[in-house]
Ligand binder design. Sequence first.
Ligand SMILES: C[S@@+](CC[C@H](N)C(=O)[O-])C[C@H]1O[C@@H](n2cnc3c(N)ncnc32)[C@H](O)[C@@H]1O
Ligand code: SF4
Length: 408
Amino acid sequence: MGRPYLSPPPRPGRRGLPLQPLALYIHWPYCARICPYCDFNVVRDRGRIEEQAELGRAIIADFEGHRAVTGPRRLVSIYFGGGTPSLMPPLWAGEMIAAARSLWTPDPGLEITLEANPTDAEVARFSAFADAGVERLSLGLQSLDDKALTFLGRDHTARQGMRAAQLARHAFRRLSIDLIYARPGQTTWAWAAELEAATVLGAEHISPYQLTIEGGTAFERAVRRGAWQTPDTDTGAAMFETTQEVLNARGFQAYEVSNHARGEAARSRHNLAYWRGEDYVGVGPGAHGRLTISGARTATRAAPRVRDYIAKVKEEGVGWDERETLSLRQAAEERLLMGLRTLEGVGLGEVAALGLGADNAKLGELAQAGLILVDDDRIAATCSGRMVLDRITTELALANPDAVAAAE
Ligand SMILES: C[S@@+](CC[C@H](N)C(=O)[O-])C[C@H]1O[C@@H](n2cnc3c(N)ncnc32)[C@H](O)[C@@H]1O
Ligand code: SF4
């Protein structure tokens, strides 16, 4: 099993107690155009500058509403996701960062990430975002092949993508790139060559995602009418393995199913908060959050439509329109699912509600099959195990039926 990622020691709070970590996700839903594969909560950016300014103000007010719920915390990450947050005026991002820093206690290693598309208009604002406090850029390159970019409905070329990566390296301390593979007609060999080319762009972090056909997207309609197909399961699996081999050979470690980093310091602190079951605030339309409220793990979801979200924050001080207290069992299942995605795995004590002792027969069976590693009090999925995570989690969640009743 990989060595567990070491967090910095907790900083003391006012009464000498360590402050618990908190990550902050800010959803900016506007996009210049909607990509045919994307099912994120997005809207076309048609100018609407007054609405956007109102949303920016509501987001900051929502921070304040959340601060009243979380109490003092050690802020470990601020993540601007979308949508396309790089279309937001950099000044607003600066105001949001300042507000978050003043409400919670910034960790010395506070990570501040912005997602961006590699269009010329966005690249021109990179240095303004860096001045606003962003230190890590997550660039949606998606492909280094012009035909593939056209197929994916992107409004940039491979050349623009490479140039954006180069400029991002100068403007920001840290760069991550996203790629989409297993596109129709793509061979494993072609994917390996494309990925190799991506490794020399100076990114410390690469996230290659297998193309998923999401319900309600233009791609789903195209597949349904038989216009094209994605590669079959075996080819997809071969491409996944190729991804691991190419990136490994180039010094990128797969610390999560689709996330590869050059060294521990290059790992996404923000995503680690999700996978480690730490608390995170989700603000902006449709954002999800997980908070410990009165000792219980609580799932929040902000109102998805921009207008509803703004109204909700005005009326209630926070933007969530759904809030659910997870049972111990639900929380443990989620922790298992998330933890098994990562190299560091999950502590058996963290999923105690599932009743999985180190001597559990199912754990032994899955370890025997080469799908998981059990090391004292931790379990982690192997590379083969990461390809069948749903199966492993379902089997483990049901491995001790007696724990079900006890945890409810
Ligand atoms: C919020 S999205 C994109 C951020 C940014 N707006 C962009 O397009 O570059 C985050 C990432 O999810 C991935 N993604 C989105 N939909 C996907 C799908 N259907 N299949 C595979 N990857 C997907 C893309 O790589 C994308 O960069
Ligand atoms: S992939 Fe990015 S740019 Fe395209 S619609 Fe989704 S969030 Fe917007």
